[in-house]
Design a protein around this ligand. Structure first.
Ligand code: UP5
Ligand code: MG
Length: 216
């Protein structure tokens, strides 16, 4: 993808920081396409005939990072699908060209949630797929993230929302994923948002930053 056709924002933060919650709101208000790497991996895990099902299940339960070839292929396919859908939409709604143009532009804005989680993934994705415009980093203390995940675990059915998996996810985040944030921070590409306040407040802070950076 060329940076002229698509705008990519990485949405990062620890497990339970609220990445998915904020992305949903950004989709509703700004027409981003939301791609959660974790959701794509869980879908692939459950896809009949997937050769990676067992591997993904094992990695996620242990809070480990799935080999990037798998994740990048899933992200790239999902981006391609969204772009194709947008192009089709443009052809079929040609009678109403303003909304068609608008739609097409909107589909080119992606929130990549929960990726990259490792330095080499960041480099590879930006080289092979598309550079990110900047990184939204939801910064939340571990105690709060733990409280949220244990609460969600009562009903989520996620195999990694249990005390043991959560501990492993936190460890991977600190050891492997924080260096990615530091790397982008050094390039002045990180927008840090305090995430241990109610979702509405986090969203307001996010909107303020987007206005500054994207001008809408
Ligand atoms: N909640 C949200 N915001 C709140 C707020 N401001 N105040 C109070 N409560 C708030 O939120 C979590 C919970 O908190 C929800 O109940 C929500 O209502 C509440 P959510 O928005 O879901 O947070 P999020 O940051 O998205 O948490 P998630 O659990 O999805 O984060 P993870 O990063 O752990 O999960 P992800 O799905 O990204 O990855 C899972 C696993 O997949 C990884 O551990 C890894 O094994 C694998 N993976 C890879 O290998 N590679 C990848 O590239 C990506 C994932
Ligand atoms: Mg999530």
């Amino acid at each position: 993808f060329s940076a002229d056709d698509v705008t990519v924002l990485f949405v990062l933060g620890g497990p339970g920081a609220g990445k998915g919650t904020q992305c949903e709101r950004l989709v509703a208000s700004y027409g981003f396409t939301h791609l959660s790497a974790g959701d794509l991996l869980r879908a692939e895990q459950n896809r009949a005939g997937s050769e990676y099902g067992e591997l993904i299940k094992d990695y996620i339960k242990n809070g480990l990072i799935v080999p990037m070839e798998v994740t990048i292929a899933l992200l790239e396919n999902a981006m391609r699908d969204a772009m194709n859908a947008a192009a089709e939409n443009k052809d079929t709604t040609i009678t109403n060209d303003t909304s068609a143009t608008k739609n097409t532009t909107l589909k080119g804005k992606f929130l990549i949630d929960g990726f990259p989680r490792k330095f080499d993934q960041a480099v590879k994705f930006e080289e092979a797929v598309c550079p990110a415009k900047f990184v939204l980093f939801y910064d939340c203390p571990e105690e709060e993230m733990e409280r949220r995940l244990l609460e969600r675990g009562k009903t989520s059915g996620r195999e990694d929302d249990n005390a043991e998996s959560i501990r492993k996810r936190f460890r991977t985040f600190i050891e492997t994923s924080m260096p990615v944030i530091d790397y982008y921070e050094k390039q002045n590409r990180v927008v840090r948002i305090r995430a241990n306040v109610p979702p509405d407040d986090v969203f307001r802070a996010t909107q303020a930053e987007l206005v500054k950076r994207l001008g809408d």
